[in-house]
Design a binder for this molecule. Structure first.
Ligand SMILES: Cc1cc2nc3c(=O)[nH]c(=O)nc-3n(C[C@H](O)[C@H](O)[C@H](O)COP(=O)(O)OP(=O)(O)OC[C@H]3O[C@@H](n4cnc5c(N)ncnc54)[C@H](O)[C@@H]3O)c2cc1C
Length: 426
């Protein structure tokens, strides 16, 4: 890892450009010394795992970079549980697991780190295996007051139950997770049907997808053009026959192509042809993720709304995309996580970027994000807090729409376990 004292070598360009006050690699007592952080600037400790968000490093703030000393991965071949450090990125996890023919429901990119898991974790495999948080078996880490915690599913003392539930979806606000034990899954072949479509075709494909069984999911991205992926896990002959019955309905879309992959690891989302700006070193960006239920009869008005949003985008880097959840993500919760919008079946996200020193373009891009969000609210009223935005005006609303009726419990946990506000604010 290349870095000098006050810069981080990470995928998110906003955070990569931040001039850090200090970079720390270990969780030790000094981290929890309030004297470190200045009250006046609402300064807090930033935590970096995969480094894919705009909140893991900030000008003048200290970052705890977990990638160096919390990067171990160990698969127990008997239990098929994998133990990972809090600084492991999802690509390294699935590469390790694949050597033993196992896998994990990671998201659409291999770059995100433990933040992917702790904030929920929506995967193309989630309809069959749940969210990433539904696959956590145990955790170790520290609360914001410096107390060490070690929690194991089904062995939680009643007084720790709320902490366990909140770790699954809201961990960053009151804890630093240094280790997690996760369930793994059998690695199976994947069939992907992908390609460019027009708006009418997208409308038809969304309609078909709302009837998909749990092993098939749709993801689409509307940048300059619209690209879709229908992702199907192939498990056994009986189910594969049923899967084919659904996939055959996609044959009428001429530009779509079938690809068969030996395993999930080999699938790469977001093709180069889309020219996405995500990793463009000259740009800064923000993204807001939403949650909502099936569109059903609203598909035509949603498509009209999407068209308007894309007509108004301030530059070519902006896009709207969506991934499908549902099936198991609705069932696996048992009331026990802070991913509260379990009825959700779609997670769209709005992405905007701007030339990094162009404040006018930044203002226009953020304005577009907020206006687009406002338009999409009638279809997707809730938020998936995959990115912390305590540096943006929308933070409070995002929190309320993400944690719903559990917001007060989260505030209580924050007050008790991070009383000095060392971790990101609520
Ligand atoms: C290209 C791309 C594709 C994505 N696809 C998906 C997807 O398919 N599904 C999905 O659900 N999300 C997806 N995301 C969103 C991503 O999972 C979240 O933004 C996630 O929070 C990023 O985690 P990170 O560790 O990489 O980020 P970081 O920037 O390192 O961390 C983000 C924040 O999480 C907290 N955090 C991270 N690690 C820890 C820890 N060990 N203990 C306590 N707090 C911690 C910190 O507060 C930190 O500031 C995608 C993001 C990108 C960039």
């Amino acid at each position: 890892m290349k870095n000098n004292n006050n810069l981080l070598e990470i995928p998110n360009i906003n955070s990569k450009d931040a001039k850090l006050k200090k970079l720390i690699y270990n969780v030790d007592d000094s981290l929890f010394n309030k004297d470190y952080y200045s009250n006046e600037k609402f300064e807090h400790l930033c935590v970096c795992s995969g480094g894919t968000t705009s909140s893991c490093a900030k000008n003048g703030f200290t970052t705890l970079d977990l990638r160096k000393n919390y990067s171990k991965i160990h698969l127990d071949r008997k239990s098929n549980l994998v133990t990972i450090g809090g600084g492991v990125i999802m690509g390294d996890l699935v590469n390790h697991l694949q050597k033993n023919n196992r896998s994990f429901p990671i998201g659409l990119s291999k770059l995100p780190g433990a933040g992917y898991i702790l904030t929920g974790g929506v995967s193309p495999l989630s309809r069959a295996y749940g969210l990433a948080i539904d696959n956590i078996e145990s955790i170790k880490g520290f609360l914001g007051n410096g107390t060490f915690i070690s929690l194991k599913k089904n062995k939680i003392d009643p007084e720790k139950q709320l902490i366990w539930e909140a770790i699954k979806g809201a961990a960053p606000f009151f804890s630093i997770i240094t280790e997690m034990e996760l369930k793994t899954i059998q690695s199976n072949p994947i069939k992907v049907i992908e390609g460019f479509v027009n708006l009418n075709e997208l409308s038809e494909i969304i309609k078909l997808s709302e009837e998909f069984p749990e092993n098939i999911s749709l993801q689409w991205i509307y940048a300059k053009k619209i690209y879709i992926y229908v992702f199907a896990e192939l498990k056994n002959n009986l189910e594969d026959k049923r899967t084919e019955d659904y996939l055959i309905l996609l044959e009428k879309f001429p530009a779509l192509e079938n690809q068969l992959y030996e395993n999930f690891n080999e699938v790469n989302f977001f093709p180069k042809e889309l020219n996405l700006y995500e990793l463009n070193a000259n740009n800064h960006s923000e993204v807001i993720s939403l949650l909502g239920e099936d569109l059903k009869n609203d598909i035509p008005i949603f498509i009209k709304c999407l068209n308007e949003i894309m007509d108004n985008k301030p530059n070519n880097s902006c896009y709207v995309a969506s991934q499908q959840l549902g099936c198991k993500t609705k069932k696996l919760n048992n009331g026990s996580s802070f991913f509260v919008h379990r009825k959700s079946t779609w997670k769209p996200w709005i992405y905007a970027s701007w030339k990094k020193n162009d404040l006018q373009e930044k203002a226009m891009a953020l304005d577009w994000i907020y206006k687009s969000w406002s338009k999409l609210k009638s279809f997707y009223p809730n938020v998936h807090l995959a990115q912390l935005h305590n540096h943006l005006n929308s933070h409070e609303e995002e929190l309320t729409l993400a944690f719903g009726n559990r917001m007060n419990e989260l505030k209580t946990l924050k007050n008790i376990f991070d009383p000095q506000g060392i971790l990101p604010p609520l």
